[in-house]
Design a binder for this molecule. Structure first.
Ligand code: F6P
Length: 319
């Protein structure tokens, strides 16, 4: 039976979300489904911000960063009243199925809506790569390229001035961006939520590096681990390195999606339609060992977090 499918993006935007939207819309229309865009995440859903999407609605977006549907964070969507309101809106439009692109928060909302009778599929869209049910999330590869580009640039100036650069990267308590970027950039140290490296370890390591004639150093650190301004001050006071703290911030979420992200997003978008058209619901899709795979959302949310400690060990001199 043909479906009426709503699609939305939620949580932090990620490069490649547009490629996923495009793939869903085109695959759905090819199968005879009707497609609807829900604007600005769950917030837009409960405010009835819904428009039909046709082939042309998703033309020339595969290469664009951000999300043409807009996004928002709405933690309050855990409340049953808001979920019921969302269902009423969807019923008003005769929308029976939903594809949500985002992270774990998006998946929780979808699971709640599936209990209320809506068919739901989640796709992993976040630069953090912090979703256990997929090896890679849409947006991670692009963000990694952005971080590597920035750190390479910092290295030029940092080495010219014989400084230590402390670079804070995003990740929302997941160390993947820091570990992959640290390894790719040849950082001296990588610090994440998982590493047990103390301030004292960092100072001692850098002091030793300085003593042995090292001219400059790069420390890549995940956000939410420590105050990097304070760390830079302490490094400057105690190690002999002049130090600078750099937060890469939201620029990590922008930019044109990498070819790998476009390909991943397109495969997952097609797969989401295949799942819905086969009446598979309350699931999230991912890429696991290079194969498309889906999990029940509740099972997916219980999966243990992937650890990046092994990678950090390869990337970092201590840890
Ligand atoms: O989830 C993506 C992310 O960029 C995280 O890395 C970061 O912690 C968070 O979003 C920032 O959120 P906001 O854009 O709401 O400040």
């Amino acid at each position: 039976m043909k479906k009426r499918i709503g699609i939305f993006t939620s949580g932090g935007d990620a490069p490649g979300m547009n490629a996923a939207i495009r793939a869903c819309v085109r695959a759905g229309l090819n199968n005879g489904d009707e497609m609807f865009g829900i604007y600005n995440g769950y917030k837009g859903l409960i405010d009835d911000q819904i428009q039909p999407l046709v082939r042309n609605s998703v033309s020339e977006i595969i290469n664009r960063g951000g999300t043409i549907l807009g996004t928002a964070r709405l933690p309050e969507f855990s409340k049953i009243e808001l979920q019921q309101r969302a269902c009423e809106i969807l019923k008003k439009h005769n929308i029976d199925s939903l594809i949500g692109i985002g992270g774990d928060g998006t998946y929780m909302g979808l699971a709640a809506l599936s209990k209320l009778g809506i068919k739901t599929v989640g796709l992993p869209g976040t630069i953090d790569n912090d979703i256990a049910s997929t090896d890679y999330t849409i947006g991670f590869d692009t963000a990694l390229n952005t971080v590597v580009d920035c750190v390479d640039k910092l290295r030029d100036t940092s080495s010219s001035h014989q400084r230590c650069s402390i670079v804070e990267v995003m990740g929302n308590r997941c160390g993947d961006l820091a570990a992959y970027a640290g390894l790719a950039c040849g950082a001296e140290l990588v610090i994440t939520n998982e590493t047990k490296i103390t301030r004292e370890d960092v100072i001692n390591f850098l002091k030793e590096q300085r003593r042995s004639g090292k001219q400059h150093a790069i420390v890549v650190i995940s956000e939410k681990v420590t105050n990097i301004e304070e760390l830079a001050n302490e490094i400057e006071a105690k190690t002999g390195f002049e130090a600078r703290a750099e937060k890469l911030g939201h620029m990590q979420r922008g930019g044109t999606p990498s070819p790998l992200d476009r390909v991943l997003a397109s495969k997952l978008g097609n797969y989401a339609i295949e799942l819905i058209d086969n009446n598979i619901s309350c699931v999230c899709a991912g890429i696991v060992e290079n194969k498309l795979k889906y999990y029940n959302i509740y099972d997916a949310l219980k999966l243990p977090r992937k650890s990046t400690l092994e990678l950090v060990k390869v990337a970092s001199n201590i840890g």
